[in-house]
Design a binder for this molecule. Structure first.
Ligand SMILES: [Zn+2]
Length: 80
């Protein structure tokens, strides 16, 4: 099976999709895509290590989505 690598929005590391948390946006709504199958534009964050906390501190998703990201999405990033 071919591994599907995606880039972490925080550290820039390339990882297998299974090792990353996917945040997604469709239109104006943001969600955490736990199945990895949700549509929309996605951004990935390492599940392990400090990237989730760093994403919240630096609001790293705003760069990926090029728009403000609601605080509750960052809460979910660190809590799911
Ligand atoms: Zn990372």
């Amino acid at each position: 099976m071919r591994e599907v690598l995606r880039k972490c929005a925080v550290c820039g590391g390339m990882k297998d999709k299974k090792e990353l948390l996917r945040a997604a946006r469709t239109g104006k709504s943001f969600f955490i895509d736990l199945s990895g199958k949700g549509g929309g534009r996605g951004a990935y964050i390492c599940r392990e290590g400090p990237c989730r906390e760093t994403a919240k501190k630096r609001r790293a998703l705003e760069r990926s989505f090029k728009s403000p990201v609601p605080a509750e999405i960052y809460e979910k990033v660190v809590s799911v």
